[in-house]
Design a protein around this ligand. Structure first.
Ligand code: SAM
Ligand code: SF4
Length: 383
């Protein structure tokens, strides 16, 4: 039976970063007990529906889940292990911010069962951290990384690049410093301006400019080169790992597997009786809490995806991966062949241009060039 990934969303942060449009909110006080009970209740409800299945991974994301009481993580991990078939080496990731408050709690999260930490370092440059509105400084980031390395068997961290005025040489130095401090896994995100954020307003009134496409591409290639020196390769558009250190949780999404999404705004894809059900939960934290306390869940929409929707999603996800898309898996998950899922003329054009290629065992793979242009390519490629 296909294994299942479990995502748990903690929707609170100490402050809202000016670039971020994740479902994250700042609150004066949080009733940790009520939140623990509600997350456990929604998890129990979904487990009853999905049935007992092998568990691939648990991921506490946010928001800032390192602000959660460690007992909440412990209770949810215990529940998940009881409700599903968990392997001994189950991957259990927690996202954490590197402020000292959270760093002090890391040992408690490790004791709760978390075995992989994903730290939101964002930059190792003091000025950039200020621009990004972060609440930590470079020494705190390094202290959190060192504390995390001593505690967790697996460690990853996030950096944001293509920042205003960022020079290639200084970015190379920053990546090298990061790689020396880390880690067998890094997430390197290109700064994007998300509608509705403070950065969107400031960018629109010309307060800062982002590097143009060519400059951003040069930074991307510099990143790939520096990561390769440390033995990390980009197994996904924004994710770099040593072989075997890939995020098993995220691979489930990108390979279009089943996942449960518990908590406000969490998405879910679950195959039940041959239907692939897409569910979405209420995004507002207080409304989510009230609904779970009343109904046992806060699902606001659930629909069975059509074969065409499934094929689109599987290709959107799979072409992000260096390994590409396996046509047999695409057919098994969507009911459509690859030939039925893409526009044949566009496929031929993308192969000709060198944006796509055929990989081992007939896999469709986006080349390095193609992966940089996925956002432009996919809407015209997919039927
Ligand atoms: C949910 S957050 C990570 C957890 C934690 N709250 C933190 O900030 O450290 C996921 C990651 O997405 C990245 N991110 C969020 N918004 C972004 C944006 N507009 N452009 C680029 N990266 C972004 C950041 O690197 C961030 O660490
Ligand atoms: S980047 Fe992280 S800390 Fe900042 S608002 Fe988003 S989720 Fe919260």
């Amino acid at each position: 039976m296909e294994s299942l990934a479990l995502y748990l969303h903690w929707p609170f942060c100490a402050a809202k970063c000016p670039y971020c449009d994740f479902n994250s909110h700042v609150r004066d006080s949080i009733d940790q007990g009520r939140w623990r009970d509600a997350l456990r209740r929604e998890l129990a409800r979904e487990a009853a529906r999905s049935g007992r299945r092998p568990l691939a991974s648990i991921f506490f994301g946010g928001g800032t889940p390192s602000l959660m009481a460690p007992e909440t993580a412990a209770a949810l991990i215990e529940d998940a292990k009881r409700l599903f078939d968990a392997p001994d080496d189950l991957e259990i990731t927690l996202e954490a911010n590197p402020t000292s408050v959270e760093a002090a709690k890391l040992a408690a999260f490790r004791a709760a069962g978390v075995n992989r930490l994903s730290l939101g370092v964002q930059s190792l440059d003091a000025e950039a951290l200020r621009f990004l509105g972060r609440r930590h400084d470079v020494p705190q980031a390094i202290a959190a990384l060192e504390a995390a390395r001593a505690l967790f068997p697996r460690l990853s961290f996030d950096l944001i690049y293509a920042r205003p005025g960022q020079a290639e040489a200084s970015w190379r130095a920053e990546v090298r410093q990061a790689l020396a401090l880390a880690a067998d896994h890094l997430s390197l995100y290109q700064l994007t301006i998300e509608p509705g954020t403070r950065f969107a307003t400031e960018h629109a009134r010309g307060a800062f400019a982002l590097p143009d496409d060519d400059a951003a591409a040069r930074l991307y290639w510099a990143t790939v080169e520096e990561a390769a020196r440390f033995g990390l390769s980009p197994y996904e558009v924004s994710n770099y790992a040593k072989s075997g250190a890939e995020s098993r949780h995220n691979l489930v999404y990108w390979r279009y597997g089943d996942y449960l999404g518990i908590g406000p705004g969490a998405h879910q894809r679950l195959m039940l009786d041959g239907s692939l059900l897409a569910a979405r939960r209420h995004r507002a934290p207080e409304e989510w809490l009230a609904r779970v306390e009343r109904d046992g869940h806060a699902v606001t929409e659930e629909e069975a995806l059509s074969p065409r929707d499934r094929a689109r999603e599987a290709l959107l996800m799979g072409l992000r991966l260096a390994e590409g898309v396996d046509p047999a898996r695409l057919a098994a998950r969507s009911g459509l062949t690859l030939a039925d899922s893409v526009d044949p003329a566009m496929l031929a054009a993308c192969l000709d241009e060198g944006y796509l290629e055929w990989g081992a065992a007939g896999r469709l793979v986006a080349t390095d060039e193609g992966r940089m242009r996925l956002d432009a390519m996919l809407p015209v490629l997919l039927r």
